[in-house]
Write a protein that binds this ligand. Structure first.
Ligand code: SF4
Ligand code: SF4
Length: 445
């Protein structure tokens, strides 16, 4: 019999500088800019106009389709403008600019939802505007809809938090462990087919592991699976495999094998909404990196400008070379300090000018390190070569043959490459080329 092997083996540095430091709440800034998209799913449709007064938790945008989410005001004040906004993922959506009155007055509609069954729980989550808080931002209600079919037997709670610097989930487990427990009990009560709730957490989070054991460890059906602290332990298919040994086949979703994965912060936020009725209007995220002398976790209203966050943590912006939304492995660059904190922001990695200067790529020396590092068993150099093929059809055929769609853009290949080849960037490009081509072919039919 073959032995079980953990997937994911890249020893990136942990740098969890803020794991033991309580998060700090930031006061409302003078203005917020709330994007109506930028995460997975269709952008939302604004329902307020310039000049309107709004309060905290008031709905300001409706979902525009099934895979879309409601958006709520994160401050009280006046809508200044509804304007186009270029998201970090390259799409342009609407955004609502609100001048805060500094009062943070909650909207009159805020009240705990009435939950009587699975249907009403999912509807509540839909109304809360909660999206996956681990980074991708898929609307949580849409994910939970899979429970209605009665085929989900396992919920994997993703508490791995494997990227360097980021400790927002760790602080959630230490500061909001009762909310984590309430979230588990909601699943136990309303998702009748779920027999296992498995927490996947890396071994370097000892305090959080103890908190989980003490609070949810005795609940029937709950397992706490301590995983090696190896990147990318928190990637969806990896954590499913490493906690349950279930393999999600290529082209399938976790729900197809009876599993849903929910980030631990998302789980706690669902419980908070059910208890208070306050939608997702603030976010806790880690601010760290070479340009930050006092790293910390900050809780700020969604839409707070990054420049205001950096001023709050005492960062000298003269030293800043680059800011990433997210961690150094999967983060995407922020184009200006006017960019806002998004629902999905779990970290701001703030690099010095020296750190952000990357050396020039040199030719591949065929060392094979990128292949060895890939947790999905892919060959990143083959994707780069395929991208150079001139004929579109041949290029697509080759990329698909090499399984480009299995690439989860974890960045392990780029991290280990001694020639500094832009492998993950090429993979993103290649995935975009395949996606566009397939969409075009569909339209032609
Ligand atoms: S970015 Fe893609 S190809 Fe590179 S290591 Fe990660 S999964 Fe493999
Ligand atoms: S790690 Fe870099 S140098 Fe080595 S085979 Fe991969 S692309 Fe080439």
């Amino acid at each position: 019999m073959l032995g079980f092997k953990f997937l994911g083996n890249t020893p990136v540095p942990h740098r969890k500088n803020t794991a033991a430091t309580p998060s700090v709440k930031m006061p409302s800034a003078a203005e917020v800019l709330i994007p109506l998209g930028g995460q997975l799913g269709a952008p939302s449709t604004p329902i307020v106009k310039a000049g309107e007064e709004v309060k905290v938790g008031q709905r300001i945008a409706e979902p525009s389709g099934y895979v879309s989410s409601a958006v709520h005001s994160s401050v009280s004040g006046k809508v200044l403008k509804v304007e186009p906004y270029l998201c970090p993922n390259g799409t342009t959506v609407q955004a609502i600019r609100i001048q805060s009155d500094g009062e943070m007055t909650p909207h009159e509609s805020i009240a705990p939802p009435e939950i009587t069954d699975l249907e009403s729980l999912i509807e509540a989550v839909r109304n809360s505007g909660i999206v996956g808080l681990g980074g991708a931002g898929f609307p949580t209600a849409v994910k939970l809809d899979a429970l209605k079919k009665g085929e989900i037997h396992t919920v994997v709670v993703n508490a791995a938090e494997c990227e360097p610097y980021i400790t927002a989930d760790t602080r959630t487990m230490l500061e909001r462990i009762d909310s984590v427990k309430e979230g588990v009990l909601l699943f136990k009560k309303y998702a009748g087919t779920v027999t296992r709730v498995v927490f996947g957490i890396e071994s370097n989070k000892k305090d959080a592991i103890e908190a989980l054991k003490a609070t949810v460890g005795d609940i029937e059906g709950v397992e706490i699976c301590v995983l090696p602290a190896k990147y990318p332990q928190g990637a969806e298919k990896i954590i499913i495999h490493n906690t349950t040994r279930i393999v999600v086949p290529e082209g399938k979703l976790p729900a197809d094998v009876g599993v849903i994965v929910i980030n631990v912060n998302t789980l706690a936020t669902i419980a908070d909404y059910v208890r208070t009725g306050m939608p997702l209007v603030e976010k806790t995220f880690t601010v760290d990196g070479g340009a930050i002398s006092a790293p910390m976790n900050v809780t700020a209203p969604v839409g707070t400008h990054i420049g205001d966050v950096l001023a709050f943590v005492g960062c000298d912006t003269e030293k800043v070379g680059k800011v990433l939304y997210g961690g150094p492995m999967m983060g995407v660059p922020v184009s200006s300090l006017d960019e806002p904190v998004m629902k999905t922001t779990n970290a701001l990695t703030v690099m010095t000018r020296e750190e952000s200067i990357k050396g020039d790529a040199t030719p591949c020396i065929h060392c094979g390190r990128c292949v060895a590092a890939c947790p999905m068993g892919l060959n990143p150099t083959a994707f780069s070569k395929a991208l150079e093929i001139e004929s579109k059809e041949d290029k697509i055929a080759r990329l698909e043959e090499y399984k480009i769609n299995l690439c989860m853009e974890c960045g392990c290949c780029s991290f280990v490459c001694p020639a500094l080849r832009p492998l993950v960037q090429n993979n993103r490009l290649a995935k975009g080329v395949v996606r566009e081509y397939r969409a075009h072919m569909k339209d032609m039919k």
